[in-house]
Design a protein around this ligand. Structure first.
Ligand code: S3P
Length: 444
């Protein structure tokens, strides 16, 4: 059902100074998939229970894995590297979750019959070629339709190790290769453009897989020895920096507020938005830093500040802020000067064409924004931005991050906003509207 959210008022003083956001999506999906391949009962706490994670759970259940999930607590009974069960004419549905579709594609190779993977309207438009190409080199068989879902996958049981260079800086692509490498008879060698490294950290620190990690020039080098079963494990999932980012930007752009966001994953491969906002002058701070199985966490402190300056961002930061660019564009809209962001083509490969949508939303707000070569953008900030008109956001692919970023624009810049598909935030951040309301946002 197309629920519409109406926002006619900016947010005032927050009613709270401290919030918790939902668990990290990348880590929650990795927990579900990798625990299914472990030997024994694995337990997670603070698991994200969003649409994307539920689709990973439902698919593993269809593959014969027993999973008990209650609220944010979850028990998975892993069956080992070769333990998944494949019924005839099996159809797995990843709904909106690119991470589930791509990582799961690497897990189905010991099926004798074709297994179908499909997804929703948005996922069916996304590129599966980036995982099909390397997975075929392992010997996995595919039937596909121009590298788009639905695809069909089957055997052989034993894979041959590969050497592969990942040039997109895609963590999903890297992780799919790493998961297939678990069932390869020998050493897989990967050279990748940097991207979030949660799979590497889990393999090394949690699953204790024989893996070597090195940095060479601009690449991450990953060597994995296959055919090593791994034991059950437990995992406490920290808060998601991508979800926290909506409240970081809300606080920054609102008047006279400050906020602490508790226990957030601050892995350096995820905190591009913090680095970029601090370059703009935001002064975001980390407190109570901890390390959990190789993943750094902290409480984040942020206060309002509209005295921000434009930045010219090195595209090396892009992958660490890949899901946050809509928010970064909103902040650039009020920075003094001209901000420049380069090489953003991957943004148009997400749940919807986020680069095009970012440009469209800023233009609607009367902000000067221009596309430059290689999918970059220039944004002419207006520190006095104050919106008065009516703005209607209707993203036909129901992109959760476009919905949430639009609500932040509405609550900080003013105007009357009608934002369609108000249920789609449940894909990644089911508590989103509840937390906004608890801070005092007036949302109809
Ligand atoms: C993810 C990787 C990113 C990100 C997505 C989650 C992951 O995509 O956009 O939301 O969990 O591995 P890329 O594979 O394009 O880096």
């Amino acid at each position: 059902m197309n629920k519409i959210v109406v926002i006619n008022n900016k947010i005032n003083f927050f009613k709270k100074k401290l919030i918790n956001v939902d668990g990290d999506k990348s880590l929650s999906i990795r927990f579900i998939l990798l625990s299914s391949l472990s030997r024994g009962k694995c337990v997670a706490s603070n698991l994200l229970r969003s649409g994307d994670v539920n689709s990973a759970i439902n698919n593993m259940k269809k593959l014969g894995i027993r999973i008990k999930a209650k609220d944010d607590f979850c028990e998975v009974n892993g069956k080992g590297l070769f333990g998944l069960k494949f019924k005839k004419n099996l159809v797995l549905n990843s709904e909106n979750s690119g991470t589930t579709a791509r990582l799961m594609s690497a897990m189905l190779s010991n099926s004798n019959d074709w297994v179908k993977i499909t997804g929703d309207r948005s996922l069916k438009k996304r590129d599966m070629g980036r995982v099909i190409k390397p997975l075929k080199l392992f010997g996995i068989k595919f039937k596909d339709n121009n590298y788009k879902l639905p695809i069909w996958i089957k055997g052989p049981k034993l894979l041959k190790p590969i050497k592969y260079i990942e040039k997109l800086g895609s963590a999903q692509c890297k992780s799919a290769v790493m998961i297939a490498a678990l069932r390869a008879n020998g050493k897989t060698k990967l050279k990748c453009m940097p991207s979030r490294n949660h799979t590497e950290l889990m393999f090394k620190n949690v699953l204790k897989i024989p893996i070597k990690l090195k940095k060479k020039n601009n690449y991450d080098i990953i060597d994995i020895d296959g055919m090593n079963e791994f034991n059950k494990f437990n995992y406490k999932i920290p808060g998601d920096i991508s979800s926290a980012s909506f409240f970081i930007v809300l606080t920054l752009l609102s008047k006279k507020n400050n906020l602490i966001i508790k226990n957030i994953n601050i892995n350096p491969s995820r905190i591009g938005i913090i680095k970029i906002l601090n370059m703009m002058g935001a002064k975001i701070k980390f407190f109570k830093k901890k390390n959990y199985k190789g993943e750094p966490t902290a409480d984040i402190f942020i206060k309002s500040n509209r005295n921000l300056k434009a930045v010219n961002i090195n595209p090396k930061l892009n992958s660490s802020a890949i899901d946050e660019f809509l928010l970064i564009f909103l902040v650039a809209s009020v920075c003094k000067g001209i901000s420049i962001f380069k090489d953003l083509s991957e943004l148009n490969k997400k749940e919807s064409k986020r680069l095009d949508w970012g440009i469209k939303i800023l233009k609607m707000m009367n902000i000067r924004i221009k596309k430059i070569k290689n999918n970059g953008v220039k944004i002419w900030g207006n520190p006095n931005l104050e919106l008065k008109k009516t703005y209607i956001i209707k993203n036909f692919l129901k992109d959760h991050r476009i919905f949430m970023a639009s609500t932040i624009a509405a609550l900080t810049f003013g105007g009357r906003w009608k934002i369609h598909d108000a249920n789609c935030f449940k894909t990644s951040f089911p508590k989103y509207l509840k937390i906004l309301n608890s801070l005092g946002a007036k949302i109809k």
